[in-house]
Write a protein that binds this ligand. Structure first.
Ligand code: M6R
Length: 369
């Protein structure tokens, strides 16, 4: 049941405030974080971990990349993110102090399941971030931390993605607390950010009308670039994947700092570029770097669509379009920034008369290797 929406994807984008609230619920208390499934592993085991590897495919891998920044920042454990289907082939260095966190909406993705099985054989601690109760991957893992996003039907993942980032943030906070790496204030501040997210997410969802208009003007676009820095980089990759997947448009995401190492040669008159601009309040250095990147591409003819936090006026002279999102800490911004990108892909797909929920050549759950 699409609940009155034109597609499951539209319904699921709209459900993100609840998906996040449900993922956080029961895991924060007294301005702290406790995930019972991690507590069950034993605090000594969690204190002993010296390396985390996140394994996932597609959108889930981008959630993993964003989660990695938060886990490193809060728990001070080095985190690598690897694609599930590449993991075994590199003969990964795994010890009994390694934790492998798999991220999978379905919990049945064969590439990820095989990687988890390999990790289990090597004797590492396995944690599954999954949206589907009792799926194979969480059943096989030592601990399951469910995202409570509700069933996701559209092939293009939306609410599962933002719920996965939320769950990984909770894991980072839990580990940081148990390992004594987080001050009470930092923990309380992060909990507040998480609890305020659903309301801010509603504002991000409400960008739909302006994005629809933008997509309408851009219906003939052949190629779109997405730029981000830090956590904005995986969010840019996710924006590009959405567009390829459901609108069949060539799209690429880049780390903004990488531009001058090659991709800036792609910029030509009228090339649309979405830029995820970090918060000037909480990430002033990154913000000024990204504003310079915008100036560089604008000078070469790019059509800049800037996604900024409300009140950021520094980009106004250089951006062709500005999408404003509520204030949040820089680390949390991708959760909001990805929403207009989801709408953009959906509306371009619709404008091209495509089946938003069932793109060609793709299945919701990839159960072959
Ligand atoms: O079920 P999973 O989270 O393991 O699926 C992983 C990817 O196949 C999935 O995220 C895919 O990239 C989506 N169709 C993207 O929208």
């Amino acid at each position: 049941d699409k609940g009155g929406w034109s597609s499951f994807m539209a319904k699921e984008i709209n459900e993100q405030p609840e998906a996040i609230a449900n993922t956080v619920r029961g895991r924060t208390a007294g301005r702290s974080v406790e995930i019972p499934e991690l507590t069950a592993l034993g605090d000594d085991r969690l204190r002993n971990i010296d390396r985390i590897i996140i394994i996932a495919c597609g959108t889930a891998s981008y959630a993993g990349q964003i989660g990695a920044y938060a886990i490193e920042q809060w728990a001070r454990i080095p985190v690598d993110v690897q694609l599930s289907h590449e993991f075994r082939y590199r003969d990964p260095v795994l010890t009994d102090r390694t934790m492998v966190i798999s991220v999978s909406q379905s919990g049945e993705t064969m590439d990820t399941l095989m990687a988890v099985k390999y990790a289990i054989e090597q004797g590492v601690t396995t944690v599954s971030v999954c949206n589907t109760q009792s799926a194979t991957i969480p059943r096989e893992s030592d601990a399951a931390v469910y995202t409570h996003a509700g069933p996701e039907v559209a092939v293009a993942s939306t609410k599962a993605f933002t719920a996965q980032i939320t769950a990984l943030f909770l894991i980072g906070l839990h580990l940081g607390r148990v390992r004594g790496e987080l001050s009470t204030e930092a923990l309380a501040e992060a909990v507040q950010q998480l609890e305020e997210l659903p309301e801010k997410m509603r504002v991000a969802v409400d960008t739909h009308a302006e994005i629809t208009q933008l997509a309408h003007w851009m219906a003939d676009t052949r190629s779109v670039l997405f730029l981000g820095r830090h956590v904005g980089f995986p969010a840019a990759l996710e924006g590009a994947l959405k567009l390829k997947e459901i609108a069949y448009i060539h799209a690429e995401g880049f780390a903004a700092g990488e531009l001058k190492h090659g991709p800036i040669a792609l910029i030509d008159h009228g090339q649309p570029v979405f830029v995820l601009v970090p918060s000037p309040r909480t990430a002033p250095l990154m913000h000024s770097k990204v504003v310079s990147n915008i100036q560089e591409i604008r000078a070469r003819g790019a059509r800049v669509i800037a996604i900024v936090e409300v009140g950021d006026t520094a980009v106004l002279p250089y951006a062709d379009e500005v999408i404003r999102l509520p204030l949040t800490d820089a680390l949390f911004e991708p959760i909001l920034q990805v929403v207009p990108l989801q709408w953009f892909a959906l509306e371009l797909s619709t404008a091209k008369g495509l089946d938003v929920d069932q793109p060609r050549n793709l299945a919701k759950s990839v159960t072959v290797e």
